[in-house]
Write a protein that binds this ligand. Sequence first.
Ligand SMILES: NC(=O)c1ccc[n+]([C@@H]2O[C@H](COP(=O)([O-])OP(=O)(O)OC[C@H]3O[C@@H](n4cnc5c(N)ncnc54)[C@H](OP(=O)(O)O)[C@@H]3O)[C@@H](O)[C@H]2O)c1
Length: 368
Amino acid sequence: MSRIRVAVLGATGVAGQQFLVALDRHPSFQLVKLAASERSAGKRYLDAIREESGRVQWYCREPLPDEFARLTVEDAANLSPDGLDLVFAAVESDAARKLEPRFAERVPVVSTASAFRYEPDVPIFLPAVNLGVEGAHDHARLIDVQRKRRGWKGFITPGPNCTTTGMAITLKPLADAFGIEKVVMTSLQSLSGAGRSPGVSAMDILDNVIPYISKEEEKVEKETKKIFGALEGEAIRESPIAVSCTCTRVNVLEGHTEAVFVALGKKGTLDEARAAMRAFGKSFLALGLPSAPERLIDVLDDPYRPQPRLDRDAGGGMTTVVGRLREEVALGGAWGVKYVLVSHNTRMGAAKGGVLVAEYLLHKGFVG
Ligand SMILES: NC(=O)c1ccc[n+]([C@@H]2O[C@H](COP(=O)([O-])OP(=O)(O)OC[C@H]3O[C@@H](n4cnc5c(N)ncnc54)[C@H](OP(=O)(O)O)[C@@H]3O)[C@@H](O)[C@H]2O)c1
């Protein structure tokens, strides 16, 4: 079977580079076009990420695939959807707002940007949380609503903010088993989450913690309510879960750490909560999609875990690692739990998570 022809917009950036790694020798997707800003256009990919000094700004652990290094980067503003079946977009929100609809008129766009996340006919897909699940909590049908309303052949599906991702994945088995009333979360977010341009300056972050990330807390609070909402008719009814968070930047390269406190609707035990997390997403994983990990959540008993350096690459960066699972007593509710998680922000939280969504949409016939 011939592979689906895809392009990556924002291919030179931190998330874009992770798309290249996730798409290298992919069984279903063939990367045929790379695009970025005017600054990179017309250069071979390797030259586009090489500074004048000769330093190559390649941030992934894996080597840059030769086949992609030789491709010429195109100006995303002029890139034609001709010859493409799907577009992965990893550009900042302002650029995404202009670029993504132009492609979505013709082909599906799986995005990492926030530009369209909050529009009523745009789902924020998170595998096994609101995609590939039963009933009104599966938001896939919103794709048809979006296509009809906008008259597009394609559609736009952004992933969540990378800080929402790990939290929402770990909340889902708790929501299913016990019901969730309130969530309080403090994040310790990595530097790669801020991207490359301009990114976080070494002068600001060395020997330091920055207690504010612009617009991040609002995103996490809003997105969680949408992701856990129920699709009724042609719209998502937001979940009543109350979410409150503080987002901070720490001196870690990759992997967001989050301390999560949850008030639940029903009494349970820590063993039940642990078992629910470990068993999470079994039917989604049974599809055997190429980018899916063996487990979506792992729960460790060692009280000194999870740590970003040790745990961010679990399941190829696609497993959210939970530890320090304890009872929560201060938030109220029928019962509560608290825990720490580590989630890979540029893999599950951005590019490889987007590729997994596209694999599922291909499997279901929304792509291709
Ligand atoms: N980093 C993460 O952990 C993460 C996680 C989840 C979501 N996201 C989202 O992913 C998107 C990209 O983030 P990033 O961290 O990869 O940023 P980044 O490292 O700064 O990369 C930005 C990319 O966008 C391109 N670009 C900038 N302006 C453009 C324009 N007008 N037209 C076309 N391309 C343009 C840049 O190309 P040039 O090299 O040519 O300038 C570069 O390829 C953002 O929306 C971000 O919120 C990021």
